[in-house]
Design a protein around this ligand. Structure first.
Ligand code: AKB
Length: 316
């Protein structure tokens, strides 16, 4: 991985990934792209940037060829909650963007990384210790596009030899860029509200367990998988990755260990609750550990301490 082009680079993952890749690989070796302009994101705007609608395959091909990319990291996609509100648009963007990324990768022989999600699982999936390979059958449009995407990435590898790689991300928590339109967004919002007002109203029930990961571990996982020896990869796409599984009650208690005055109440959002209830409680990451040494560093308390400290520093 020497010259990397990133789609959706102004999103939650992209803004931190681009910064880290520029540090590791050099500013001129990372081309950030997004459908929006980067003026509100000085970190991404500091290096090479091009506006790109991922549905425009010709422009994606032109930019990748012109930049002489060897790796394409395709992040642009609608998340689970917003995809339930606009299912046809979600299908169009999530699948159309991915097909274009895979076609460009095929034509230019690029390594192609794209994330799947715990949303690729459904109510029939084993809920605890969810295996890498098991029944999926999601009930959300987001999940349907993620399962189809996983299969498509496998297909492009076996049919055309494209070096496709990917993970199933859990909810990602970060203090840099807010997520938008996800079911796990509550686990980010709670920190912002804790620092701002000392109180949070949670849209999910107290005992709704979901997998989560702190952003530095997510960024490390992407880079580690992209640099993993191809001969060790049995799965390639859609590796289960997670660093912790917690409920709203667990995260409340973790915040109270640092901020004893923090309070939380509940106003359940039925749409989000239904989506969350159809996802696993905790997934099994043995394949990621065995095939490319996935090993996240942050647990709930370490992440909570750092999130609160960073957000407090930003307010000062
Ligand atoms: C979402 O909630 O939609 C995402 C995800 C788990 O894929 N954060």
């Amino acid at each position: 991985m020497k010259r990397i082009m990133v789609t959706g680079s102004l999103g939650q993952i992209g803004s931190e990934l681009v910064a880290q890749l520029r540090t590791l690989k050099g500013v001129d070796n990372v081309l950030a792209t997004d459908i929006r302009c980067p003026e509100h994101n000085p970190v991404v705007a500091e290096g090479l940037f091009e506006v790109l609608d991922v549905l425009n395959r010709e422009r994606m091909l032109y930019l990748a060829r012109d930049f002489q990319a060897d790796t394409l990291i395709h992040l642009a996609s609608l998340l689970s909650s917003v995809a339930e509100d606009r299912p046809q648009e979600a299908w169009h963007i999530n699948m159309g963007g991915l097909v274009n990324a895979l076609e460009v990768s095929r034509e230019l022989q690029l390594t192609c990384f794209t994330p799947s999600s715990i949303g690729a699982f459904g109510p029939e999936t084993p809920k605890v210790g969810t295996p890498q390979d098991c029944i999926q059958r999601p009930r959300t449009m987001y999940g349907i596009t993620k399962v189809a995407g996983e299969l498509l990435c496998d297909y492009y590898h076996t049919k055309y030899g494209v070096d496709t790689r990917g993970v199933r991300f859990p909810g990602l928590i970060s203090h840099e860029t807010l997520p938008g339109g996800g079911t796990t967004d509550y686990a980010v919002e709670i920190f912002y509200d804790a620092v701002k007002s000392g109180h949070y109203t949670c849209p999910l029930g107290a005992d709704t367990a979901l997998d989560m990961m702190y952003m530095p571990d997510a960024i490390a996982a992407i880079i580690q998988l992209l640099e993993a020896d191809e001969s060790r990869l049995v799965h390639r796409n859609a590796f289960n990755v997670s660093a912790m599984s917690f409920t709203p009650e667990d995260i409340k208690q973790a915040i109270q260990q640092v901020m004893p005055q923090f309070t939380m109440d509940y106003r359940i959002n039925p749409k989000l609750q239904q989506i969350a209830d159809s996802w696993p409680d905790s997934i099994d990451c043995a394949c990621a550990r065995d095939e490319w040494a996935f090993s996240p560093k942050y647990d709930l308390l370490a992440m909570t301490r750092e999130m609160l400290q960073r957000l407090q520093e930003k307010r000062e």
